[in-house]
Design a protein around this ligand. Structure first.
Ligand code: CP
Ligand code: NVA
Length: 307
């Protein structure tokens, strides 16, 4: 049965773990899987800017034997000119899968509904599930089993990364703490979904307004930009409200002595994180960025095998 990957909880705990296992295998042996041999094409559509997602999907699709077709909305008929459903009808007859970076989650749902090829969320306003696969892979490499680990996300709790941490972390059986001002808390529906998932995996989902409390004894500390793509008009109030949520060496000192620091990048150095932390010994952000490649290849192999 066709499967899509629109949000982190589209995968069960076992499925998430299976994809991470495969990602580790592909990292060790990059050309071990060639499901796109032919080459078959994968469409990768961007309504927003990207460096990592664009490069890692293009390289990954090529390494799986396929042909990456990168489409930017400005040069296409998408984006108000043609509906996601009609676009999918065109693409599905020619491509093996569709990856889409967009704004509204509802557009991805519309694209996936009734489509005959897998649709993958390459980042939406609500979630960034491909990034979470890379983050979990990085955490697994450094800290072993994910279940039982405590992660503290500090900053804009309403952004796609924080919300994806809630769903993916809960799925992995992790204790997910989100520290943000209450005006930048995650959506209640996402917290409730994470809490429900955590009840079956042994994890937990907890909101904090004090970054020190959230980070205390954490195994992993994470942040993301305070001004996500599409939120640029709110920059001034965001910087004012989020200023106390910067990840500094002083804040990191409250985490476990072996804690690692993650950031999906791009980073606004001196805002959500200091350069001292980003470039410091606890930071694993460059491995994390590389792991986009391995995690997404594993995801594509897995999705293509389900068809
Ligand atoms: N982390 C991430 O998705 O980066 P890009 O915006 O460069 O793709
Ligand atoms: N939260 C950020 C992630 C960028 C990869 C954004 O949506 O802009």
């Amino acid at each position: 049965m066709i499967r899509h990957f629109l949000r982190d909880d589209d995968l069960s705990m076992a499925e998430q773990s299976e994809i991470l296992d495969l990602a580790l295998r592909l990292k060790a042996d990059r050309f071990a899987e060639r499901p796109l041999e032919g080459p078959r094409t994968v469409a990768v559509i961007f309504d927003k800017s990207s460096t990592r997602t664009r490069v890692s999907f293009a390289v990954g699709i090529a390494e799986l034997g396929g042909n990456p077709l990168i489409i930017t909305t400005a040069d296409s008929q998408l984006g108000g000119k043609e509906t996601p459903q009609d676009t999918a009808r065109i693409l599905e007859r020619q491509v093996a899968a569709i990856v889409w970076r967009t704004f509204a989650q509802s557009g991805l749902e519309a694209m996936a509904e009734g489509t005959t090829v897998p649709v993958v969320n390459g980042l939406s306003d609500d979630f960034h599930p491909c990034q979470l696969l890379a983050d979990l892979l990085t955490i697994r490499e450094r800290r072993g089993d994910l279940a039982g680990l405590t992660i503290a996300f500090v900053g804009d709790g309403s952004c796609n990364m924080a919300q994806s941490y809630l769903l993916a972390g809960a799925t992995a059986g992790m204790n997910v703490r989100i520290a943000s001002p209450s005006s930048f808390a995650p959506a209640a529906a996402v917290v409730s979904d994470a809490t429900r998932i955590a009840a079956s995996t042994g994890g937990s989902a907890t909101l904090f307004t004090d970054p020190v409390e959230a980070v205390t004894d954490a195994d992993v500390v994470v942040t993301d930009t305070w001004v996500s793509m599409g939120k640029e008009l709110e920059t001034r109030e965001r910087l004012a409200e989020l200023g106390k949520f910067q990840v500094t060496s002083e804040l990191m000192a409250h985490a476990s002595a072996e804690a690692i620091f993650l950031h999906c990048l791009p980073a606004d150095r001196g805002f959500e994180v200091t350069s001292e932390v980003l470039d410091g010994p606890q930071s694993v952000v460059w491995d994390e960025a590389e792991n986009r490649l391995h995690a997404q290849k594993a995801l594509l192999v897995w999705l293509l095998a389900k068809q």
